[in-house]
Write a new protein. Structure first.
Length: 384
């Protein structure tokens, strides 16, 4: 019985040995299995290596300051591919010992992937450094400047990566560059608008006309700046639409940056009926003065509460003051409160004409130099 079992085990060992020595594409099954184990190990342990390398980078110090853990997930995701690519290289070149042609193709492919991986790591390092410097001195290196510099670095890295990969494929890069130089005039004519927008983008960044999260207004444009790119600026409108505006349009036309106002003006022209008494006008002025004085959102600027003009059909009463918040929602809320206060007084004093209308002209820009006021007959006018 023992002899029979021994013979069976021996036969199985011989069968396994013969299977492992079986040739598949000029390589034994044993070598294929070994290469598969090497590649599989690289994928199984890629997360561990990526985590360790990300931790090491986060502990690097610049002037006794840690770079921090920001972008660690992105670093871990990119760095984890180093081990699988290395495992593929070992499996092809040292385990399978592929022929010159196949090994050359595999090496070119792996080298291209390593180039992309290395350039991606460089981009993440720059992103981490910019984030570190921004947190250290946010006024000197703003978020807008960080994003714009990263766009420039990304474009340079893409061009550099293409040149390196083309060189690996033994493509004459110098000839391509020479050809582009000969056709430079035609290209510049075709890309005239692109170059104009590109130069305008640099102008916006250098002059700091506006930055990300600023509330701006220009002809046909109004909203919050979400991003500033080479050719265009993305503006989120108040109806939540995302508007892509060419940078040249923003440098050619005027741009009002409400985020840099520091305060916001409320301006009303109250059109009173001609039968209003001086006591009623004085009562309206006192009511508004008390409201403004008790309002913590109002600035220290002296408000204007004056009789502006007397006409045959109406008496104009000017109301103007400033609030500290530049947020549009706060402006609208304050406007609603003051309008309700005025209307309640007019109704209580019975000096509100039955056909009186309240019109809000929130898109009209009025400067202090303008001598003529836009009027709404028999009503209350509010403008920014």
């Amino acid at each position: 019985m023992i002899t029979i079992l021994s013979e069976q085990v021996s036969q199985n060992n011989n069968s396994l040995r013969n299977f492992l020595e079986y040739s598949l594409f000029d390589r034994s099954v044993k070598l294929w299995l070994a290469a598969f184990i090497v590649i599989l190990s690289g994928f199984l342990f890629k997360g561990i290596l990526g985590h360790l390398l990300a931790k090491i980078i986060s502990r690097i110090k610049i002037n006794d300051y840690d770079l921090g853990t920001k972008h660690d997930k992105q670093f871990k995701k990119v760095l984890s591919w180093i081990l699988p690519l290395t495992a593929c290289k070992i499996a092809v070149s040292y385990v399978l010992k592929a022929g010159p042609t196949i090994e050359g193709l595999i090496n070119t492919l792996l080298s291209s992937l390593f180039i992309i991986l290395a350039l991606r790591i460089v981009e993440l390092i720059c992103r981490k450094l910019f984030s570190f410097w921004h947190e250290k001195d946010p006024e000197k290196l703003t978020e807008t400047v960080c994003r714009f510099l990263l766009q420039i670095i990304r474009a340079v890295l893409i061009i550099l990566g293409l040149i390196m990969i083309l060189s690996l494929l033994q493509i004459n890069v110098a000839g391509i560059i020479t050809g582009l130089g000969l056709g430079g005039l035609a290209v510049s004519m075709a890309a005239k608008d692109y170059l104009t927008d590109l130069i305008a983008g640099f102008s916006i960044m250098s002059e700091k006309t506006f930055e990300i999260n600023d509330y701006i207004k220009a002809p046909d444009i109004e909203g919050i700046v979400e991003n500033i790119k080479f050719r265009q600026t993305q503006v989120r409108t108040f109806d939540q639409g995302l508007m892509a505006v060419p940078n040249s349009k923003l440098t050619r036309d005027y741009v009002i940056n409400y985020s840099r106002m520091g305060k916001r003006r409320l301006r009303f022209m109250v059109n009173l009926p001609t039968f209003v008494t001086l006591e009623q006008i004085a009562g309206l002025k006192k009511l508004l003065a008390d409201y403004i004085e008790q309002n913590n959102n109002v600035t220290e600027d002296n408000p204007l509460l004056v009789t502006f003009s007397i006409n045959p059909d109406k008496i104009e009463f000017l109301v103007q003051y400033f609030i500290t918040s530049i947020v549009y929602a706060d402006f609208v809320q304050e406007q609603d409160q003051i309008l309700r206060l005025i209307w309640d007084y007019l109704s209580t004093e019975k000096i509100a004409d039955p056909i009186t209308q309240i019109t809000i002209l929130d898109n009209e820009i009025i400067t202090d130099e303008e001598s003529e006021e836009t009027q709404v007959s028999g009503g209350i006018k509010a403008n920014e």
